[in-house]
Design a protein around this ligand. Structure first.
Ligand code: SF4
Ligand code: ZN
Ligand code: ZN
Length: 332
């Protein structure tokens, strides 16, 4: 029988990339220590900072919330959990995600903040996914939703006077992102990639951090399971599928052949390739997109009107158009 490396109890996890077997308790401790090391190594959080944790209700962000809650005394920071109610009604997805968020905040005895897309901005992701909006935006709902969430996290961070916004991106997400952009040779995206994005106070941009970027997705699944965390069940109905899952399959196969390849991809990119790309193209990219404030909402954007305000305008005008059609049909 396999034994835990640290205590000799029966091992429940085998980490091939680290050639290590661990029991439940030592696995939990190992993950938390690695997140602490990541935060310290990349100087993600400084003492007395206010950190907003973006919590969707899934395993990654709920694990992030619990790990940050454990670390906040040692690292002396203020933690503010934030959830965005996206108004996804299929399978009551958003309702269940909100419940998971509230239960986790209650368990940790921390006040969480909820922003409702419908109440504050008049639309939902269901509206974004409608056929007429899709046709006009020419982007899948999941990609539009990503833009909306990034905007709202940043805006909430500004309004809450925060220093950082922490998200639950894991190592698997990051390796897939880098491999995909390397295949496409998307220099712009590669140059912008960083687990710690600095703030740009002049234009209202908050620093973004990814404390889980060195933790595999399967490790977070196990962490959430072993700690019995309350997470929303099932995948989001609008989740973008094929390319990502294809890349995930390829990465899984690579991991089978060479355990730890995801870590090597992300670390080597940050250590070797990014500095080389920066020295060649960094200045050029910076000059191309100076940030300013959106003329409608005053948040950071490289253009006159930010992506969020443009999306909102399209969605609301389609909703008004559809409502007008419904009224005229009712009068016919
Ligand atoms: Fe939004 Fe896509 Fe995430 Fe669903 S899977 S919540 S649509 S970003
Ligand atoms: Zn042990
Ligand atoms: Zn705007």
């Amino acid at each position: 029988m396999k034994r835990c490396r640290f205590c000799g109890k029966t091992a429940e996890v085998s980490l091939r990339y680290a050639n290590m077997r661990l029991c439940r308790d030592h696995f939990i401790e190992y993950i938390e220590k690695r997140v602490l090391k990541t935060i310290e190594q990349y100087k993600m959080i400084r003492p007395n900072e206010r950190v907003v944790a973006a919590v969707s209700g899934g395993k990654d962000s709920v694990s992030l919330l619990h790990i940050l809650a454990k670390l906040r005394e040692k690292l002396r920071f203020d933690l503010v959990p934030l959830h965005i109610d996206l108004g996804i009604s299929v399978d009551d997805f958003s309702k269940r995600a909100l419940e998971a968020f509230r239960e986790n905040c209650k368990e940790l005895d921390i006040d969480g903040i909820v922003i409702s897309l419908k109440d504050e901005y008049g639309f939902t992701i269901d509206n974004v996914a409608s056929r007429s909006v899709r046709r006009r935006l020419r982007r899948p709902p999941c990609s539009v939703c990503g833009t909306i969430k990034r905007y709202l996290f940043n805006k909430a961070g500004v309004e809450l006077n925060a220093d950082r916004v922490a998200t639950g991106h894991n190592l698997t997400d990051e390796a897939i992102f880098l491999l995909q952009n390397l295949i496409d040779m998307n220099l712009d995206a590669l140059l912008r990639y960083d687990p710690v994005l600095p703030s740009v106070p002049d234009v209202g941009l908050i620093s973004k951090i990814k404390p889980l970027f060195q933790i595999y997705e399967f490790e977070l699944e196990l962490y959430a399971k072993f700690r019995d965390l309350k997470i929303v069940s099932g995948a989001c109905p609008y989740r973008a599928g094929s390319t990502l899952s294809e890349m995930k399959k390829i990465l899984d196969e690579l991991e089978n052949l060479r355990p730890g390849v995801s870590i090597v991809v992300v670390r080597n990119f940050l250590k070797k390739l990014k500095p080389a790309l920066e020295s060649k193209y960094g200045e050029q990219i910076k000059r191309e997109v100076p940030l300013r404030r959106c003329s409608i909402c005053n948040m950071a954007t490289p253009l006159d009107i930010c992506a969020f305000c443009k999306i909102r305008d399209v969605v609301l005008s389609e909703m008004r158009g559809n409502a007008a059609k419904d009224v005229s049909r009712a009068h016919q």
